[in-house]
Write a protein that binds this ligand. Sequence first.
Ligand code: IVH
Length: 697
Amino acid sequence: MTRASRLDPPDMDPPAGKIEKLRNAVSHHQYRYYVLDEPEISDAEFDSLFRELRTLEEQHPELRDPNSPTVRVGGAVADRFTKVQHQIPVLSLANAFGEEDLHRWRDRLLRLLPEEEHSRLGYVVEPKFDGLTVVLQFDDGRFTLGATRGDGEVGEDITPNLRTVHQLPLQIPVPEANGRGEIQPPQRLILRGEVYVEENDFLSFNQEQAEKGERTYANPRNFAAGSLRLLDSSISAARPLKLWTYQIFVEEGLENRPGSHWDSLEQLRAYGFPVCDESKRFGDDEWEALIEFVGGWDELRTRLPYELDGMVVKVDLLSHQEQLGFTGKDPRWAVAFKTGGEEATTRLLDIGVKVGRTGAVTPNAVLEPVPIGGVTVQAATLHNADYIEELDIRIGDTVLVKRAGDVIPKVLRPIKELRDGAERLWQMPRECPSCSERLERPPEEAATYCVNNACPDQLVRKVEYFVSRGAMDIVGMGSKQAELFVDEGRVKTLADIYRLPWDEIEEIEGYGEKRIENLRRAVEESKARGATRLLTALGIRFVGSVVAELVMANFRSLQDLMSADLETLSEIEGIGPKIAEAIVSYFSLEPNRALVQSFADLGVDLTMPDRDRGDSTGDLPYLGKTFVITGTLPTLSRAEAKERIEAGGGKVTGSVSSKTDYLLAGEKAGGKLEKARQLGVPILSEQEFLQGVNLKE
Ligand code: IVH
């Protein structure tokens, strides 16, 4: 029997029957794709189902349904959000900072629960997701209301925006989600979840926005929150929002309610909700193991592609939860575990400045070394002169520093109460620290620039960017080499990278023959990257990889682009006046035109691939292959590995199944490695992966 036929509802009149059948099929496949990450059909097949459904719905407006899977594209524009009173107040969690606090929490449970219950005491530990809390309501299985937390009593109705979140089921159970036959939805279900954005998605979104000269967000959490509160839900629909659900608050009209939190998570999964599988259950006799597991959260958060705000420990049995109840605003049966936090105070010893690729000069803090979240921090960004002035940050101040995940630490504010009068005001220097040329601050800009195009520091940054992966991708050439070549005067313009005298370089200390040869080959190979990459690599303001692609789709070569005028550029879809102007002004400068000419003379490919030649598949070693990445890789970040796989035509999913073609495993690989072994999924080390060996036919 095919899957589709199992989705057939009993005989119904067309088109109602057909629409229902299609809605079930589309919901089912959205679930397979977005929640399980295990699609059963190709994107093309899915698109055709989706299109057919949308056409039918357009032809039959009388059969419209706000919960049809086609609503995920959003649409309605509101002028404000309606307030909603929460049926159950949305409470927060008490914090436990460190082990001691956790022991105290358990002691209290043991005091409050009757002796005879102690042997039944158990816990569930789960990640504390760092996104935006949402309250979701389902009536008779249909998604009826989604709200923000608000002040805990009254939130905002963001139902239309939530409908665009692909992982949120609009109808439960999702057809065939549970795979264990029919289950009935409760009359009313109210649950809580967290809408979040993966770090990679956040970074690429911000990058694209910056390239377009549009607003960026400070962190994934702000991004998720901002996206859910857009008045035009079609814009939310285009944001990569994801969802975890973690707690049921109301479940009415169900005969067999789960008796434990663990079972209710299982039940949420069966309905088709996304539930994180990093959670773990412990008996009270396993308390020590629980402590160890909770302590592993620092490792967990570096492994997961989204941000965590700690771990939550919950009492497992719902009857125990009821007995324990609440204190003021927190449940006694749950606690959020965090390590000391990601902020610390330390002394600001000095303020230095660093010259960037565009000549922008940014002040940075020289700090008395301080451990934050397991890493010693001794430098942090201070953004720009206005930031320092507005916050009144002075040299010698005790300052609050924040380090979140892998991002550059930043100085949040001075602790003015601790001043002793010896602190000094800081001023942006007048001269460039690298080339001593004059610094300038254009009116209406927050940044200060070094005006010297030949400034060595600026050039080093330009070279770093030119050779980076998204640009010319010259492996083996990094900051060290850039600095060295600029310092020695071997690289004076970007084109000099292609004029490096390899025979002389052989004499540099620490450079073996093999290393030189690899570098020489990488430089040589990069000549063939083509016009889009080269345009990206030039580092023109607002022109990153995405914009470069948009632009170059309209030209045959870089020379072709060079002669385009403002009007032609502005007509390109997605290119605003700011970008068009930046490009024209870059190519209006003689040294820049000469640079492009030198690239051409040196044999760098300035053309676009000829689309008619039909060689567009290029080198796609992983075409159609599914990878799972686990553990810590020795040199690549997960994002980098993913990027490489995708560039090679493959795809990366989150969990190992029989459909996985390869597991790319690093250090501290856990359950996924185990599972891959059981299923006989080939396991690659980073080295094998990078060398392209041990791939299946
Ligand atoms: S349970 C009655 N579990 O953290 C309280 N909350 O400080 C039940 N959060 O905004 C909350 N991950 O929404 C729970 N796995 C998780 C969570 C979680 C994130 C949020 C929660 C609230 C905050 C509480």
